[in-house]
Design a protein around this ligand. Sequence first.
Ligand SMILES: Cc1ncc(COP(=O)(O)O)c(C=O)c1O
Length: 451
Amino acid sequence: MVYQDREKLAKLFEAEVERFQAAHPKSFAKHQVALGPMMSGVPMSWMAKWPGGFPVYVDNAKGARFTDVDGIEYVDFCLGDTGAMVGHSPDASVQAIAKQLAQGITLMLPTEDATVAAQTLADRFGVPKWQFTLTATDANRHILRYARHVTGRSKIVVHDYCYHGTVDETFANLDDHGVTVSRQNNIGPQVDPAHTTIVVPFNDLEAAEAAFATGDVAAMLIEPAMTNIGIVLPQPGYLEGLRTLTQKYGVILIHDETHTLSEGPGGMTARRHLHPDAVVLGKTIGAGIPAGAFGMSEELTKRVTDSLHLEHIDVGGVGGTLAGNALSMAAVAATLTQVLTPEAFVAMEALCDVWTADVQAIIEEFDAPWQVSQLGCRAEYSFRSSAPLTGREAANADDFELPQYLHLHALNRGILMTPFHNMALMSPAHTAEDVARHTEHFREAVASLFG
Ligand SMILES: Cc1ncc(COP(=O)(O)O)c(C=O)c1O
């Protein structure tokens, strides 16, 4: 437990729950009806985790803000946990999507938008050949299959406490003895991930080399900075070291940039001049219209195409009927070229600099044993006094009730933070006024805990 006065925390939380419930009668009523036909009254089980007893129902979302059915307006720093990092319903994306909606949604035939999207990604990431899926999870699954297929090896290396979507091989952790085991909350795994996966700590080249030296490793799937257990930044030389080692042992290196795209139009890969064999994207590239993508180097592309027979290509485990559909491709082409532009990233990051500096100043003012880390237009504070070096260090500073209180405190003051995280994202639509609103809430919340 990272915050000791649990009685005080419980009381503070209770007061916020009362305030929340009094202000949201219409959301409450809608949730009561939803409890009938849906498990926990939500369309996906994790939505039941929002604090306050029931989730807020949204009436309308545009740019960095949304209004709920009770007429309350919020600044949205969650942005669909990156799904809406471009801001809600940006005009250019909406126009392209609406146009395509009227002209055919899915055809099993390519449209020119796919070429525009692929070329834009190739130019930005320096990875030449792209394929499209509906989610980042699918993109990860597919590239892992290709990696095992072309190497003839069975194992995948991932970081301890990683998250790459619902990809079976990644639901593994290191136990206290450094042994790879199934993750504690792994729901119904098909096989024990210890058979498919080797887990290594982030920022640990020695452990990575030991894993590669087994000769069984097809691929290493990484986020270049961890973002799903708070932010864990790479130490100087770590990412370059992984590249050298993966090349030495013939392991395919995959950068999952679904979240780390926050560092710029070409993610961390381009910004830090990195050269993985493959890159994975998803979530925001279609402004929230389902779309994922994976890019491959020329060499990997050749190995894949040389090893596949056209006759068998549709039912081999890589695919999806709606993958690359016309609507998704229209959304991705417009969003990448007109919304998620290099100029937009500059403004998003500048605003995030302010958010981060404000949070850090308040942490220092109240001597809270917390810290904040930034990754371009994404920032997150953690309940430890120094930046974590590994996923385990970050996980040890986790707390369930403390962020529940902070999130509800924020919600009651017109701010949506990312659930299960203390994370804020800046979209092209955010303003200095939005950041100031967060700063005011954060100061008040930290004062209530430490003042
Ligand atoms: C790094 C990373 N990769 C992949 C995914 C999967 O994205 P999706 O759930 O849209 O498939 C996530 C989801 O949070 C993620 O954080």
